[in-house]
Design a protein. Structure first.
Length: 186
């Protein structure tokens, strides 16, 4: 199985990228890491869409289509998605429906503060199922620098236990979906 993982941020030091990749490494799958900086495109607009969909939007969608599951950790910018993620999301929505290709998803967020990006996480978890996502798991990690270590991961026992419960839900749906796909193609 293959899982695509990325932080929904363009920061080169993204704590959400760190969390997403670490979480994916805990799954039972091969990990494909995406850096949103590799998918910078013009700001989406109807006028620009008439000029043609950028190849990078098609490539991003193709990477998602080739995966068995998706893990995203959202940066929260003023209570919502980062501009980098929103722009890729808008372009990708024009490539092919459903946007998330009915993939199992583990949605996360983290931040330096005590709320852990909960606003953007709530927004994504509410809207993504209407856009072709099988949201299997949701997790917020508040106060990233106090609760995460690059070597050992989540350092707070209760938060780590919560993470593992959510990861198990994701892994279960990932296996079920991959099994159905294999059975239907046999």
């Amino acid at each position: 199985m293959k899982v695509v993982a990325f932080g929904a941020s363009s920061s080169k030091q993204s704590i959400n990228q760190q969390l997403a990749i670490w979480a994916a490494m805990q799954s039972n799958a091969d990990v494909v890491e995406i850096d949103l900086n590799d998918f910078e495109m013009p700001i989406f607009s109807i006028d620009r869409e008439r000029e043609g969909i950028p190849p990078k939007a098609k490539k991003f969608k193709s990477i998602l289509n080739d995966a068995d599951g998706i893990i995203i950790s959202f940066a929260e910018h003023n209570g919502s998605y980062s501009a980098a993620f929103k722009n890729i999301f808008d372009w990708m929505s024009r490539v092919e429906k459903p946007i998330w290709s009915n993939k199992p998803m583990f949605l996360m967020a983290t931040s330096p503060g005590a709320r852990g990006g909960i606003n953007v996480l709530n927004s994504a978890s509410a809207s993504f199922p209407h856009q072709g996502a099988q949201v299997a798991a949701i997790f917020s990690l508040p106060s990233f620098s106090q609760h995460f270590n690059k070597l050992s991961g989540i350092t707070d026992k209760t938060m780590n236990d919560n993470f593992n419960r959510e990861l198990n839900k994701f892994n279960k749906l990932l296996v079920e979906t991959a099994t159905k796909k294999t059975t239907s193609s046999a």
